[in-house]
Write a protein that binds this ligand. Structure first.
Ligand SMILES: Nc1nc2c(c(=O)[nH]1)N[C@H]1C(S)=C(S)[C@@H](COP(=O)(O)OP(=O)(O)OC[C@H]3O[C@@H](n4cnc5c(=O)[nH]c(N)nc54)[C@H](O)[C@@H]3O)O[C@H]1N2
Ligand SMILES: Nc1nc2c(c(=O)[nH]1)N[C@H]1C(S)=C(S)[C@@H](COP(=O)(O)OP(=O)(O)OC[C@H]3O[C@@H](n4cnc5c(=O)[nH]c(N)nc54)[C@H](O)[C@@H]3O)O[C@H]1N2
Ligand code: SF4
Ligand SMILES: [Mo]
Length: 701
């Protein structure tokens, strides 16, 4: 901590950049005076913060947060304040009643990538040991799962950036496929110094900073990557010595892209051949280059194959495992990396172990003091879990920690219906989110600056979240909540203390892919973070895990041949436009936190639909008019924003407000079970225009 600051050195509550900040309560000042100032010692932000970081303290002291448990007497009655004992007794009794009638799997858990490592770990253990349910998954399934699956398959390890973020500054060329970091993690931009190539259907703030913008049609990144790979190989940019020494499977990939002529890639993606060639030239002639994917390329029913194709391209160019070069994905949530390592995923045990691996089960069961045979097997993925709620074979009770699926899940109207069909919905949150507002029991919990714990940022660097303030009376930490509930369910052995839980996590992760055994709070504080794997306290941590070998059985990275397929839902005469979705700078995710912060709400006050001037003219709308957007799953209204920055056939809507996801398509990737958030077919009209009008049925673009 710098001597100029008396506050605790901690990290931002929001995204995976985990910018370092001091949080200070002014001495002698009232409750309202909490200030945030940036830390200079954290490489990810080097003293910079975005508007969300600067304003983060407002939710600590404002009236928007929950400070007492709430419950309702009847399903259709109002939520009223209750005591903690009453609230926790209701949850325990509800869980027991459901499980006695319907079995252990009738109670499910939904977690979040914003939870600390300690919470994510404890939540996974709580599900398997206290509830004995297989039914647990989390919102990271909607976020990182495609990139994680592809990286695991190719490299034997999924660590978002397998190098420190500061290495990016040395990359002479960077291809960013489907990321808008100028809005989603603004301080990230300072690390991009080389020629930037951005693939995005929109001319975003990031694309405006690029040397080359590939304005592809939504859902066609796989064709883009195959076309780039074809050019790289035919024009002599493949790094044959690297391919021979460090990879397997290249010949099959070479054969599979033979028919992806540049003209074919142009036809599918809409990106001119000259731009495809220029992109390959920039990447292929640079001494150091990095390929990055964001949600734009990943959140598709073919997200895993798309990321695989970008990894194949990176391998062909000889990038992964070379200093200053590589492939990485932009992890999104504050603990999006750590949150996918320690067991809140349906098929996973701590340390990035598989729940169907007998040795992993034996190891973790020993740490948990249970019989391995007691541990359930894999459960349903996030959307499949939400879709099954309240159905005959599905869960009847759900506990949500750290997600707001009523806003953020695909086909959210349907998901809200499934939540309403539950016998018991319990939500732990800081605010009365749209999901919490539907709950039978709401548990008010502590937030970032009020608690200790660890967060693993997009680099795989384990950081310390330090407590700066005492939580308001009436609020309890998630760890304590889980420990109290476990005790009520007859399962002691859960601690409410983050340090105790972290030590257990270290033991549970020991020997796994994400090995935290050698990481301690003291070390993190002394070293400004430790990169996993760090198997022992004298191990230096692993900033660049792929330098010498890949963590696959033979030490080589694997090329995997993949082929193109179109979006799950194509445009047609009835739904003639593509809808894509994403983020704006001033709002975070479902908006549960940021919509309650004044400056952010002023900056981004409500949902909008960005559409091309040609489309706007056909509909007869201008910026500021309302439009109604409809898909086969639902409809919503938003303010029109007419802009030549978007393709003529595409509409963009940020998903931070309830309604947008009523439209999106829950078609799932066969491997990652990622929903197709980034492309579906819609029609659009003025709300006052009759349905089926010319505007709605506008010709196919
Ligand atoms: N302000 C803000 N910052 C955030 C968040 C937030 O909610 N708000 N959330 C955090 C989280 S959890 C995440 S996951 C990250 C996400 O970070 P990003 O991936 O940067 O965010 P998105 O806006 O979802 O998508 C990026 C871009 O993909 C483009 N896109 C849409 N469809 C396609 C397509 O088919 N192909 C390609 N190539 N591009 C497409 C969109 O136009 C958009 O500009 O941001 C993190 N940071
Ligand atoms: N259409 C569309 N939909 C999308 C996406 C998209 O690009 N387009 N992106 C997807 C992605 S990448 C993501 S990550 C998801 C995110 O969507 P959500 O999972 O809904 O994420 P948040 O809005 O961050 O929800 C976190 C909730 O937990 C609360 N919370 C914060 N910290 C804690 C804590 O420590 N404990 C507890 N108990 N609660 C806490 C917050 O107040 C908030 O209500 O949305 C997905 N949905
Ligand atoms: S970029 Fe992310 S971590 Fe940094 S201040 Fe903004 S929201 Fe917080
Ligand atoms: Mo995300």
């Amino acid at each position: 901590m710098s001597p100029a600051h008396v506050g605790a050195a901690t990290h931002c509550p929001y995204c995976a950049l985990q910018c370092g900040m001091y949080v200070t309560r002014e001495p002698g000042a009232g409750d309202g005076a909490v200030t945030v100032t940036p830390r200079q010692d954290v490489p990810a932000n080097e003293g910079a913060l975005c508007q969300k970081g600067w304003t983060a303290a407002e939710l600590l002291t404002g009236g928007a947060r929950l400070t007492t448990p709430l419950a309702r007497e009847r399903r259709d009655g109002p939520l009223v304040p209750v005591t903690w004992d009453d609230a926790l007794d209701r949850v325990a009794a509800g869980v027991r009643a459901i499980q006695e009638r319907h079995g252990a799997d009738a109670v499910a858990v939904f977690g979040g990538g914003g939870l600390t490592n300690e919470k994510a770990y404890q939540l996974g253990k709580f599900a398997r040991v206290a509830l004995r349910t297989s039914q647990i998954d989390y919102n990271g399934r909607f976020c990182m799962s495609s990139a994680a699956a592809a990286a695991g398959r190719a490299f034997g390890m999924d660590r978002g950036l397998p190098f420190p973020i500061t290495d990016l500054a040395g990359a002479e060329a960077v291809l960013l496929a489907g990321g808008n970091v100028a809005e989603t993690m603004p301080p990230f931009m300072r690390h991009l110094r080389g020629a930037l190539i951005v693939a995005d259907p929109r001319e975003t703030r990031t694309a405006r900073r690029a040397a080359l913008h590939l304005r592809l049609a939504p859902g066609t990144d796989l064709a883009l990557a195959l076309g780039l790979l074809h050019i790289a190989i035919t024009e002599g940019y493949a790094d044959e010595p690297y391919i021979a020494a460090r990879t397997t499977g290249f010949e099959a990939v070479r054969a599979s892209v033979a028919t992806w002529w540049p003209e074919r890639a142009e036809r599918v993606t809409g990106v001119p051949v000259a731009d495809l060639r220029e992109a390959v030239r920039l990447l292929g002639t640079a001494r150091t280059a990095v390929i990055l994917t964001g949600r734009g390329a990943e959140q598709h029913a073919k997200g895993v194959d798309t990321v695989t194709a970008f990894i194949d391209l990176a391998l062909a160019l000889g990038l992964p495992g070379r200093a200053g070069s590589g492939y990485g994905c932009l992890t999104g949530q504050g603990n999006g990396q750590g949150g996918r390592e320690h067991g809140q995923k349906a098929d996973q045990l701590p340390g990035y172990r598989r729940i169907d691996d007998q040795a992993a089960r034996a190891h973790v069961a020993r740490v948990w003091g249970v019989d391995p045979a007691e541990l359930p097997g894999p459960g349903r993925s996030a959307y499949e879990l939400l879709d099954a709620l309240g159905t005959p074979g599905g869960p009847k009770g759900l506990l949500v920690f750290g997600s707001n699926p009523v806003v953020s899940a695909p086909r959210s109207g349907h998901v809200a219906g499934r939540l309403a069909a539950l016998d018991l919905l319990v939500v732990s949150d800081l605010v009365l989110s749209e999901t919490a507002a539907m709950a039978d029991v709401v548990l008010p919990t502590t937030q970032w600056a009020e608690e200790h714990g660890t967060m693993t940022n997009l680099e795989g660097r384990v950081l310390l979240r330090r407590q700066a303030l005492a939580p308001p009376p009436g609020v309890r930490g998630d760890l304590e909540i889980l420990a109290d509930l476990a005790a009520r369910l007859g399962r002691p052995g859960f601690s409410g203390d983050a340090g105790v839980v972290f030590d257990e996590l270290r033991r549970a992760s020991a020997g796994g892919i994400a090995d935290y055994a050698g990481i301690t709070y003291e070390r993190i504080a002394a070293e400004t973070g430790v990169f996993w794997p760090a198997p022992s306290e004298d191990h230096p941590g692993t900033p660049r895990p792929f330098l010498d070998r890949f963590p696959t059985p033979d030490g080589r990275a694997r090329f995997v041949p993949v082929d193109y397929r179109p979006p799950a839902e194509e445009v047609d005469d009835d739904y003639p436009y593509y809808l894509t979705t994403g983020r704006v700078l001033a709002q975070y995710q479902s908006g549960a936190q940021t919509r309650r912060i004044h400056a952010l709400n002023d900056a981004a006050p409500g949902p909008y639909a960005e559409l091309h001037p040609g489309l706007a003219a056909r509909l007869g709308v201008s910026t500021g008019d309302m439009v109604r957007v409809e898909s086969r799953r639902g409809a919503t209204e938003a303010v029109a924003r007419v802009s030549a920055a978007i393709r003529h056939d595409t509409i963009f809507m940020p998903f931070h407000w309830e309604g947008v996801n009523r439209l999106t398509n829950p078609a799932l990737d066969p491997v990652s079970r990622m929903p197709e958030f980034k492309v579906c077919a819609v029609r659009v009209r003025r709300p006052d225009a009759p349905g089926g009008s010319e505007g709605e049925r506008g010709r196919r673009p």
